[in-house]
Write a protein that binds this ligand. Structure first.
Ligand code: PLP
Length: 415
């Protein structure tokens, strides 16, 4: 893991001896999310990073404009679409948390997926996409990118042999997600990165369900990691954002294309993300714990047919998850005994969980994918993906574990 010390403190440790560095040997989750990549000092001695709410930056005089335009080192900012100090603060923190060189904050999780693909792919190129990725990722690849002359192979996410077999001379990018939604399938990150490296193909991992606290794909040699910041990282179901983390050279190229596409994050939103990140360690620890307890409870319940949670030994990717994850996340999927109506009775009987299509926030959310995310997908097609009428996805929040268990128990009575 990277040292938690931010740049200023490292300077300080040079003059004050190694006191700070020694103190930073193995920080815990909450220490990391409060301090990793964080700037120690801000304007006006503010404890919190200021929200620099501006669209443009002023120049003192014409010489200053000329000096800025002629310098290859852009030591200051010019216009809001090309950068903002509040946004940059969050980018530094995300790079540090993921162990990457640089990060780019973008306007949504979808922008974090579409922007790299639009940058890296040209007409005539080939893309491999995991079959269990977020369904909009697959829609973007198959319905949109193909219009621009990109060919797409959709391949079983966890089958490394199938991924390798799908590689063609013109393959440029492999997109996968781990854990996936809603079956929490886990891709062997080291294996995937090896395939990418061996064939000179860029690997991109959507790590939204894990967060950098449960898994760090860059450590395994993956090229780019993306998140829907909307979920755990911001954590309060009150904003939309995304992030891409990786090598500086790739991220700077992406930053240039962000200036063209315009998918930027407002400084106030960036501040809210900063605030959300401060409690990420506490939230993830609790969500990991509660989800595991709930998964075990459901697994032993006679009214539950099957549970998918990577922390359970019965999950098909439990061994992969154990190798590469430090916690198994807050989402549990399961099938109720009976039919879709029984599943709806369970969902409607829950008193704490809200019915909503997101995850990763402080509130527990629940949904039947067949009725929510896949409502417009033909039945045969969704059944082929395993999305049965009885399937339920529970995104565990930070309510007390015993209260969530009691609520689930009383709702199962209603089935
Ligand atoms: C795994 C995953 N990736 C990406 C996205 C897209 O994120 P956003 O809604 O922030 O655009 C989602 C949203 O549900 C998601 O679950």
């Amino acid at each position: 893991m990277q040292p938690i010390i931010h740049q200023e403190a490292t300077q300080e440790s040079r003059t004050n001896g190694n006191r700070r560095q020694d103190a930073a040997i193995s920080p815990g989750l909450s220490t990391r999310t409060l301090h990793q990549g964080a700037q120690r000092r801000h304007a006006f001695h503010s404890l919190t990073p200021p929200i620099v709410q501006t669209a443009a930056y002023t120049f003192e005089d014409t010489d200053a404009v000329i000096a800025f335009k002629s310098s290859p080192e852009k030591a200051r900012l010019e216009y809001g679409r090309y950068g903002n100090p509040t946004v940059q603060g969050v980018e530094r923190r995300m790079a540090a948390l993921e162990g990457g060189e640089a990060a780019l904050l973008v306007s949504s999780g979808m922008a974090a997926i579409t922007l790299p693909l639009l940058l890296l792919l040209s007409s005539g190129d080939h893309l491999i996409v995991g079959d269990d990725t977020y369904h909009r990722t697959r829609v973007f690849a198959n319905d949109f990118l193909v219009r621009y002359g990109v060919s797409v192979s959709t391949v079983p996410t966890t089958d490394l042999d199938a991924i390798e077999a799908a590689i063609r001379p013109n393959t440029r990018v492999i997109v996968a997600e781990t854990p996936t939604n809603p079956f929490l399938r886990c891709v062997d990150l080291a294996g995937l990165a090896d395939i990418g490296r061996a064939h000179g193909v860029i690997t991109l991992i959507d790590s939204t369900f894990a967060t950098p606290l449960n898994q760090q794909p860059l450590q395994y040699g993956v090229d780019l990691v993306v998140h829907s910041v909307t979920k755990y990282l911001a954590g309060h179901n009150d904003l939309l954002a995304g992030v891409v983390v990786g090598r500086s050279e790739l991220i700077e190229a992406l930053r240039d294309s962000q200036g063209l596409f315009g998918a930027v994050v407002d400084p106030s939103t960036a501040y809210q993300i900063h605030r959300g990140l401060q409690t990420l360690g506490l939230r993830i620890a609790q969500q990991n714990r509660s989800a595991l307890t709930i998964a075990r409870y459901l697994d032993s319940h006679p009214k539950v047919r099957r549970v998918w949670y990577p922390g359970l030994a019965s999950h098909p990717d439990h061994e992969v998850a154990r190798r590469q994850m430090t916690g198994f996340g807050g989402v549990v999927s399961f099938e109720i005994e009976g039919d879709g109506a029984a599943a709806s009775r369970f969902v409607d009987a829950l008193e704490l969980a809200h019915i909503a299509p997101s995850l990763g926030g402080v509130d527990t959310l629940v949904m039947q994918p067949a009725i929510l995310s896949y409502f417009n997908t033909p039945r045969e097609q969704r059944l082929a993906l395993g999305i049965t009428d009885e399937l339920i996805r529970l995104a565990v929040g930070i309510e007390d574990e015993q209260d969530l268990l009691a609520d689930i128990a009383q709702a199962l009575e209603a089935v």
